[in-house]
Design a protein around this ligand. Structure first.
Ligand code: F3S
Length: 426
């Protein structure tokens, strides 16, 4: 099937706008052919995940595009990169890798992208509007954009994301179209004490379970009657997009495309109905830990997956003040964050207290793309469902999942401890 192109799109394809744009357009059109999309669709914003150095070919591609004069045509933010740009030498990142990652970062800046370097772009810069057509990479950000803002994006892969940003075009396909955004699986939360919904720790667990159950389908959740804040939704979406390939979650009464169950399904019947009880959530929570949840030695705590927000730093400060003394030697507290949170932290007067406690703040980066944790760590603890899901395979560590308070108390003790009250009372 031929793709219907406008004159402007045809010009891009024929090279009238330069060889960089032509190459990007060739890739977008080829993708549209593969997807059997009838035409292309204009997007007005992009978020690039492909800026992390995954391979030499990724660097070659970025430098080639930048060298051909390709520039983004829509506002485009950048995901994390595999090093803390300010501190990578101090952190022991190998010189050759560090230089390549820095070149990669520069190539994306040269193409006109905004150096946000964060996997939580929605918490600080250029949040998209309801119904806005966008092209985002980074799975947790995609869920957030689709579900919370009601913006429209597919799960864009590395390199397709920058081609969309350069051309301002994507195949007219998938979640860009209203009819493909209707719910598929009804998830009913049954007999769950609403107190649990007020706990941060509920959201990564529920997200992890949701992803496992629905995989790449669109869930419609009923029975989750709570005011979910931005950090809670971030944690839930990140976990759901890790254990599954979730890109959009409707929560009836809460998310913009789900004022009612009927509207979330666009009048159709659910393909499947799943009831979730407390026992299912408890089992999911246990699955997120592969080391004993009480008593074992702890090497490091990892927070900020996705990147830590200012509000999360405020919560952390409460726990630090409760601890009332610095972190003991032998346990690391690693916090992944971005420049925006750092600037606010400094401005809010909290930075010295947090670093004085002994926290290591890693800016712009991620433990899964940079040798931050190191081979010395055998057991880590995290409050992130996404981090707990990936750590055993990617970091080769044992992992325990707990809430932020559990993480700090365990770090102070040097051994794992976890309170169970929020889950027991529910
Ligand atoms: Fe962000 Fe890395 Fe977690 S990119 S979401 S900190 S896995």
């Amino acid at each position: 099937m031929g793709i219907q192109l406008t004159d402007y799109e045809q010009d891009m394809l024929s090279g009238k706008n330069g060889p960089g744009v032509q190459l990007a357009m060739t890739i977008v059109v080829r993708m549209a052919e593969v997807l059997q999309a009838p035409e292309l669709l204009a997007v007005s914003q992009a978020h690039i995940d492909g800026c992390g150095l995954m391979s030499d070919s990724g660097l070659e591609f970025a430098e080639k595009m930048a060298g051909l004069g390709a520039r983004v045509s829509v506002p485009t933010t950048l995901n994390m990169i595999p090093l803390d740009l300010q501190n990578w030498r101090k952190q022991g990142v190998p010189e050759e890798f560090g230089l390549k990652a820095t070149r990669m970062a520069q190539a994306y800046i040269d193409m006109g992208c905004i150096p946000t370097w964060t996997c939580a772009p929605y918490q600080g810069y250029l949040a998209p509007a309801y119904g806005q057509q966008i092209a985002w990479g980074e799975s947790n950000a995609i869920v957030y954009a689709n579900s919370v803002f009601g913006a429209r994006t597919n799960r864009y892969a590395d390199y397709m994301d920058i081609c969309a940003a350069i051309t301002g075009r994507v195949p007219k396909h998938g979640l860009h179209l209203k009819e493909n955004r209707k719910g598929q699986v009804l998830i009913r939360l049954v007999d769950i004490d609403p107190v649990l919904f007020t706990e941060d720790t509920f959201y990564p667990v529920f997200g992890y379970l949701l992803g496992q159950l629905v995989q790449d389908k669109i869930p419609v959740v009923v029975g989750l009657e709570a005011q979910i804040n931005s950090d809670q939704f971030k944690a839930m979406g990140a976990a759901a997009a890790s254990s599954g390939a979730v890109a959009l979650i409707h929560i009836v009464g809460l998310t913009p495309e789900a004022p009612t169950q009927e509207e979330a399904f666009q009048g159709a019947e659910p393909e499947e109905i799943i009831e979730l009880h407390m026992i299912d959530l408890l089992a999911a929570r246990e699955e997120l830990s592969i080391a004993p949840t009480h008593g074992g030695k702890l090497d490091a705590v990892v927070l900020g997956c996705p990147h830590f927000s200012y509000m999360e730093f405020q919560t952390l400060l409460k726990h630090i003040r409760q601890a009332n003394k610095p972190l003991p030697e032998g346990v690391r507290l690693i916090i992944l964050t971005n420049q925006l949170s750092m600037a606010l932290l400094e401005r809010g007067g909290m930075l010295d207290e947090i670093t004085g406690f002994g926290a290591e703040l890693i800016i712009d980066s991620c433990v899964f793309h940079s040798p931050i944790v190191g081979s010395g760590a055998k057991v880590i603890m995290t409050n992130s469902g996404k981090c707990a899901y990936y750590a055993p395979g990617e970091l080769n560590t044992q992992v325990v999942f707990g809430d932020m308070e559990d993480c700090i108390r365990s770090a102070m003790l040097g051994e794992i401890t976890r309170k169970e009250d929020a889950w027991k009372s529910a």
